[in-house]
Design a protein around this ligand. Structure first.
Ligand SMILES: [Mg+2]
Length: 318
């Protein structure tokens, strides 16, 4: 059973309409569902621990064809799915792609396949199968499989742990704002939005060096920190002034912006950020800590003053 799991084997889910729907379904399934609530499922087989997750990217919800090429749509959906394996410190094996194509996108199926392939080649993973269907809007569902001997989970954070984040935040939020205003984002922001990198090798390094809880930042730093807090039944404190920002983005963009696909981690001991940066050419920054005080949740301060922490993306917000 995972760290922090309840008697049904589920990890406590954070707040939000999307998770209210999951909770309602879990209630109906009862003992038919098990181990729900982490970035991926851990499936123990004789001699091997499989890590499996599924992730959907839907046109006009996760992307617009006016913003991204079809190759980028394929790449990005695959990166988002593999990022959930990174959050568990898993080594990818391969993916299944379920593709729903409107008539207008049929001619671009090859470009989508090229983008999926580009991401898989970088991750050393393979296509294992899939399904193609005609449908009303373009949608890619990627089921990803990996293995691990040493998983990171959302429920592993303990009081006294240090919180770290990989990379620099805020770029995707800045890109999204430009796209929504009908402008083309600066290349550095556009790249962060269109070409996220699942932190697969990085997370295995972090697990090997003592990290014991992780989540990938798909909904926003604060929103995902809340999921980590709920699963670990802990209070997380984030020092806003320590969060590494992409050049010229606001702290708000870094706190609330989703689609980062960087990792938030908890670790009992100090990590060697300089060694990590040398190995991966990527920042690793301590941004806060875990306390045992109070209800599970996230407190954000800037220079010691508490700030209102923003909500992340909620698919079913009323
Ligand atoms: Mg995730």
């Amino acid at each position: 059973m995972k760290h922090g799991a309840d008697s049904a084997g589920h990890v406590p889910l954070g707040a939000g309409g999307e998770f209210d729907i999951v909770r309602a379904m879990l209630e109906r399934w009862g003992p038919l569902a098990t181990g729900i609530g982490d970035d991926a499922a851990l499936v123990q087989l004789p001699g091997i621990q499989l890590v499996v997750s599924t992730d959907t990217s839907v046109e006009d919800v996760h992307f617009r064809t006016a913003w991204l090429t079809h190759r980028e749509i394929g790449y990005r959906a695959t990166a988002a799915a593999l990022s959930d394996l990174a959050a568990m410190a898993a080594m990818p094996i391969g993916v299944f792609l379920a593709l729903t194509l409107p008539g207008a996108d049929v001619a671009q199926a090859g470009e989508i396949a090229d983008g999926v392939g580009e991401c898989l080649a970088a991750a050393d993973a393979r296509v294992l199968g899939g399904d193609v269907s005609r449908g009303g809007s373009l949608s890619l569902t990627l089921t990803v499989m990996g293995t691990t001997s040493h998983p990171l989970t959302r429920g592993g954070a303990r009081p006294g742990d240090r919180l770290y984040v990989t990379g620099r935040l805020g770029g995707p939020a800045a890109a999204l704002r430009e796209f929504q205003a009908g402008r083309v984002p600066a290349p550095v922001f556009r790249d962060r939005f269109c070409h996220p990198v699942p932190r697969l090798k990085e997370s295995r390094w972090l697990a090997d060096h003592g990290a014991r809880a992780a989540i990938d930042i798909s909904d926003g730093l604060v929103a995902d920190a809340r999921h980590l807090a709920a699963a670990s039944r802990a209070m997380l404190h984030v020092s806003g002034e320590k969060i590494p920002l992409c050049d010229s983005v606001s702290l708000e963009d870094a706190l609330a912006g989703g689609e980062e696909y960087e990792l938030l981690l908890a670790c009992p001991d100090a990590l060697d950020a300089a060694a990590f940066e040398r190995e991966f050419d990527l920042a690793l920054t301590e941004i806060g800590d875990v306390s045992g005080e109070g209800e599970p949740g996230v407190e954000v301060t800037v220079d010691g003053r508490r700030v209102e922490s923003p909500a992340g993306y909620d698919h079913f917000e009323e």
